[in-house]
Design a binder for this molecule. Sequence first.
Ligand code: NAD
Length: 359
Amino acid sequence: MVETVVSRRRSKRSYDSLMRYAEFLGYGEVHTKIDEKTGLKAIIAIHSLRRGPAIGGCRMVTYPSDAKAYEDVLRLGYMMSYKAAINNLPHGGAKAVLIKPAVIKDREAYFEKFGEFVNELGGRYITAVDSGTSPLDMDIVAKRTPYVTCTTQRGGDDDPSPLTALGVRRAIEAAVKFKLGKDSLEGVRIAVQGAGHVGHSLIKDLKERGADLVVSDVNLKALQHCIDDFGVRVCPPEEIYSQEVDVFAPCALGAILNLEHIKLLRASIVAGSANNQLAHRHYGTVLHERGILYAPDFLINAGGLIHVAVVYDHGDLARSMEQINNIYFTVYDIFEQSARENRATSEIAEKIAYERLHG
Ligand code: NAD
């Protein structure tokens, strides 16, 4: 997405440049709440309301500076809009960032105050769990606002990774069908970069379907976990790009699809969970020109967001899984359009999402 390049160019941001960044990303509202008593320092960035109330998780992490937190919330809220739009959710995108204090003296009071903040926005923002927050925290938030989901009573799960992995696996299946003409993953060779939360779930799923896997991770413990659980082959991190495989599944870091790595790829398909995989948006076209089928990251890694939206709209896990399964058809349509029009899949997906957000 377009923000990738812009956000990496500037490491330190002045207030003016943050405002410009918000404007550039097409923001409507950004709200701040500071509460000395509880230690709450929260930012809620509502990117778009055009398709419905804005939805997105609430993350609580430490930041080197308030400006970094501001930049993060803007980047994430924007991404939520694109994920929601391309997956046809009746929601705009938003995100909340809680700047984690050194100590939270009273977690109950802290999250109640955050719940009041969400409530003041009158339903324009719906919150949910994200890094650093849990369904129990959302239970506290729910005491102060109805605009919350992923509580222990309502679809709450600490870990959305299996649902994210489901969407990625469905995209791999669609790509394998489109590019290799195969209806199953039996014997399909897949290189997975990153054996963390999503990677581990994905590897399990792929292994169960008979894929031939090679895995890399810089964390030897995570790698060993995968060897013990699934008996996969492993390779050093720098060798994952050049593996002789059908599919490369990046599930670790953003910006890994740069010119150097693209040149190394032997895979004819790239489909993984990592956010912002293209180091520059133009590299979507480079992949296309090299005959590599790229499944756009923001489309296929939206399983967690789809679940949050479904649960908020009174659906259950079965309904979430049904919608996540549909990623197969959404991405397949984009592959077909890409072949018809000789255009990069990333470009097509971005355009569809943009038009849904602005049309
Ligand atoms: P995670 O931190 O649990 O796992 C990432 C793994 O990648 C770790 O094991 C880490 O050691 C490994 N890694 C880091 N650098 C590496 C390198 N150079 N080579 C190989 N491995 C490396 O994270 P996660 O939750 O599994 O998410 C993975 C990616 O998917 C991230 O980019 C994340 O933003 C994205 N994503 C995750 C979710 C989700 O539901 N967790 C949803 C959408 C997108």
